[in-house]
Design a binder for this molecule. Structure first.
Ligand code: BGN
Length: 291
């Protein structure tokens, strides 16, 4: 068994924000295969799937993978990285993509711990352990963009960790939050409802650099959805997840999953998220005749 505290951790680590090209990154990680790695000399204590919802951020992805593989290898984890994408005709949906990633990773391997990770957040200290304690853990406590201060006490966005059992108990994320915002707050409500408490790593360790990008379009329905979240908790999540895999490619540095929603699977969202949501849903309204 690997030691409880991985011996090679140093604390603060440099963050290289320069996007190296793929060949260079791949040659740095000779022992990574199919987006996965496990320690050679000891048995890892944790089987961790890193799930990353993704759209159109190729530069961020290169920076992210270059940083994360070194970070995770040093933590002596048995891990796999999943980049999960939704067909571009459908608006972005972070919660749904995490649910998809959870299912797809679970069908590949017996992961017991899931890290829900934004592609633009890079940990700055390797004592920030990517495993799952006995309560859900919020990892991105101190982000440079927010002056290294937690935005608000119930925040569970950015980077968080849950065991397979915890995630299944709360029925995963809601699938209803298209566009930006609210899905993490809804997950927080699910945790509270199930009497779980959030644990947080100390803020001098749980430090992150955020890569810059344009602010995504906020979902104007998110507050309404959040208010009605409790009614849907039992029926909206992992147990109602419907999608079609367009592509699942085991690349060297990550597993790349692209999915789509059939028109019939989009129907339940019409009432809550789609009606009146003209900004975010203009494209999909045209494609799916939801206008
Ligand atoms: C909050 C968002 C979160 C997001 C954080 C980032 C909402 C719900 C309506 C209040 N929540 O405001 O989703 O992670 O900002 O700081 O928009």
């Amino acid at each position: 068994m690997c030691p409880l505290i991985p011996p090679e951790l140093v604390g603060d680590i440099p963050v290289n924000k320069y996007p190296l090209n793929w060949t260079v990154i791949e040659s740095r990680y000779k022992t990574v295969v199919n987006g996965s790695h496990r320690p050679e000399k000891c048995t890892a204590r944790h089987k961790v799937a890193l799930l990353i919802p993704y759209r159109n951020r190729a530069r961020h992805l290169r920076i992210f993978l270059n940083h994360m593989h070194a970070f995770l290898i040093k933590q002596q984890l048995d891990y796999g990285i999943y980049i999960v994408e939704i067909d571009e005709d459908i608006p972005f949906n972070r919660g749904f993509l995490f649910n998809v990633g959870f299912k797809e990773a679970s069908s590949d391997y017996s992961y017991d711990c899931f890290i829900f990770h934004d592609v633009d957040l890079l940990p700055q200290n390797d004592h920030n352990l990517y495993n799952c304690p006995d309560q859900p853990r919020h990892l991105s406590v101190a982000i440079d963009k927010f002056m290294y201060k937690l935005a608000y006490s119930t925040n569970f966005g950015g980077v968080s960790a849950m065991t397979k059992e915890q995630f299944t108990t709360v029925n995963g994320f809601s699938n209803f939050f298209f566009g930006w915002g609210g899905e993490d707050d809804d997950l927080y409500n699910r945790l509270v409802y199930h009497k779980m408490t959030i644990s947080r790593t100390m803020s001098d360790v749980a430090r992150y650099t955020m890569l810059s990008h344009k602010q995504a379009t906020r979902n104007p329905q998110r507050i309404k959805l959040l208010r009605s979240g409790k009614q849907r908790m039992q029926t909206d999540g992992i147990n109602s997840l419907e999608y079609k895999v367009l592509q699942k490619i085991h690349r060297k540095l990550y597993v790349h999953v692209t999915v789509t929603l059939e028109e019939s699977a989009l129907r339940p969202f019409k009432k809550f998220s789609l009606s009146g949501n003209t900004t975010i849903f203009r494209r999909s309204a045209a494609n799916f005749d939801l206008s």
